[in-house]
Write a protein that binds this ligand. Structure first.
Ligand SMILES: [Mg+2]
Length: 335
């Protein structure tokens, strides 16, 4: 069988090198590979680390996304991973691979987008690297912090993928599917008529207020929606060893998306990626306790159940019947 990485998905590859690196992590690492961020104990507090790369032709197309938005998004997706841990952003490092055809003005606009998202949400850019490359790529690494909580069991009041327990409610911030609606509009050649959907695709909001409020309220499980609602809920189920049931009719969708895609908005909301809303689980009273402190609506969409062997996600229609699920979000490396 071929060992070419061409036939391997992102998660298979992560599994391969996680095996090579082994499980002997230094004692200060309290969360290693497999969550939105790694977490290191630092005195009584915790540092969180994440990194993400976008490549021209794989994650975006140069000439399609405005340079400002490319800068915004490449930083915002990293900040979103920090928000999904219930952490505050500290700093970012940016590495650019720049082909010769990119102009100085274009790079300046890229950095304006990066500066705009950090000015609004935190995570100042403090360094990085620029290299010549055959394709344009942007790698951002971000560091955040979580204040230790003396009251909790391990002193770590973080939001983890692995902390869902049967009986938890499942909820999301804001609405989902609009970024996928933006991507679809782009493919349909309708981007210029669908500015609001394009903004959701190109300028996602890292949900720091929500992440911090949820963590402060005692919620302990979250992920940011990058791969799609069903796919990311699947990541929670796998990491927590639980199953999940959601009601399609309860999933919050913007009127704009419904208007633009009256026949396919449910599918876009369930399987579309890149909304960067927070998907989280917890007892009803803890979720209610966070509601007033969060700037966007919180919607309960389902419940966590016991694992039935394979941790899995079920979606019910308006009559409580299971909806067969085809595309389960997308995997960044699979063609
Ligand atoms: Mg994430």
């Amino acid at each position: 069988m071929s060992d070419s990485t061409q036939n391997m998905g992102e998660f298979e590859l992560i599994g391969r090198f996680a095996d090579v690196l082994g499980t002997d992590l230094p004692p200060e690492i309290v969360v290693g590979i497999g969550d939105d961020c790694a977490v290191a104990r630092r005195g009584t507090d915790f540092d969180v680390y994440t990194t993400d790369t976008v490549v021209d032709g794989v994650h975006f197309r140069r000439g399609q996304i405005p340079w400002f938005d490319l800068g915004w998004k490449s930083v915002a997706v990293n900040l979103s991973d920090i928000a999904a841990m219930g952490a505050r952003p500290l700093h970012c490092l940016v590495t650019l691979g720049v082909p010769e055809y990119v102009t100085g003005d274009e790079l300046a606009e890229l950095y304006r987008g990066m500066a705009a998202v950090t000015a609004e949400h935190g995570g100042t850019i403090v360094g990085g690297d620029i290299v010549r490359a055959s394709e344009l790529f942007i790698t951002v690494s971000a560091v955040g912090t979580i204040a230790g909580a003396s009251g909790s069991e391990d002193g770590l009041p973080a939001l983890l993928r692995s902390a869902a327990v049967p009986g938890d409610l499942i909820a999301v911030t804001g609405d989902v599917g609009s970024a996928a609606g933006g991507l679809k509009s782009l493919e349909d050649g309708l981007a210029s008529d669908r500015e609001a959907l394009m903004e959701r695709l190109y300028r996602p909001t890292p949900r720091f207020t929500a992440g911090l409020a949820l963590a402060a309220a005692g919620v302990r499980c979250a992920i940011d929606i990058s791969d799609g609602l069903i796919a990311d809920l699947g990541h929670i189920c796998k990491a927590s060893g639980v199953s999940a049931t959601i009601r399609a009719a309860d999933v919050p969708v913007s009127p704009l998306l419904k208007e633009a895609y009256p026949d396919t908005w449910t599918e876009l909301a369930l399987s579309g990626g890149e909304d960067y809303e927070l998907l989280f689980t917890g007892p009803a009273e803890l979720i209610d306790g966070a509601r007033d402190a969060v700037e966007v609506p919180i919607t309960v969409i389902g419940e966590i159940g016991e694992s039935n062997g394979i941790p899995d996600v079920s979606v019910l229609d308006g009559n409580g019947r299971p909806i067969p699920i085809g595309a389960r979000g997308w995997d960044h490396l699979r063609p």
